[in-house]
Design a protein around this ligand. Sequence first.
Ligand SMILES: [Mg+2]
Length: 354
Amino acid sequence: MILKYIIHIDMDAFFASIEQRDNPKLIGKPIAVGGHPDKRGVVCAASYEARKYGVKSAMSSRRAKALCKHLVFVPTNKYKYQTASNHIRNIFKRYSSNIEPLSLDEAYLEINDNNPIKIANSIKNDIKKELNLSCSVGVSYNKFLAKLASDMDKPNGMTIINKEDSLNILKPLPIRKLWGVGPKTEKALNRMGIYKISDIQDYDEKVLVDRLGKKGKELMMFAKGIDNRKVEGQSLPQSISEENTFSYDIENLQYIHEKIDEYSVDIHNRIIKKGYKYKTITIKLKYDDFSIETRSYSLENATDDLDTLKNTSHFIINNKFTITKKIRLLGLGVSNFIYPNDPIQIKINLDSYF
Ligand SMILES: [Mg+2]
């Protein structure tokens, strides 16, 4: 039986590590990405050397400078971070078809393989080899524990949480390590005498639910190492098409060819917007007796060229169908995509970082 595992990957000090990688003078130095020592503004990321002084992201530049006198400020380079993020995501795709990115430098991967540790190691190695960056990895049987694990041995670590160990690993941890516990919930729990995860494990579930409602139930589940949330990767469209039923049945093939040109333009515009290329073109006809026929043609090379789409479609109509009935519906579609740009990146708005 093949088991399902979740791997959580978190890049180590992502923006700062990229800057250090690209400028050897910054290696080993406390650096802050973003912000400016003499101006107002906030630090957007800090290297591990800077973190030792207490410098953190979202801290004012002035405060950061006060904490660490020799802090080096480096301007942000969004393009570089996005490019690295895309590359990392392409590495993930080699190992999983269900990837849920949480930010530019963090993602869940669903792994259907009995050797998730080997896979996690391969991912780490690929990232190191191809991007010269390090990451920390958590391997477990659910999302909560995988994310918790990736944070346990930073930087460049790997932690595995097995089912039989999870309760004991959770016990001594402070409650804020539980998914969904922010400062407010933490205070509420503290008032109930709950400080560690073991306190929740031992608490009367009924009382917890009476006090906190649905949240109480959820916390009890997480405290016991249970998390049923699924990895919610974005599935890519498999085809793009246009089809319409005519207001009357069509006998005149010239009209069908005109419609094909029209649909082609529509599909072409959608393809260009997405940045896809396709290899297969399909035409569907429904006749006046409601019978349906489809015919496809696959090109040798993927294309996004409008004339190729039009010409191939005309070719299919003229050569691959034997039309003897009136046409009630015409459909045109393209499939067999090549996705040159990682579509997942579109979901993450880089500007929310700066
Ligand atoms: Mg990170």
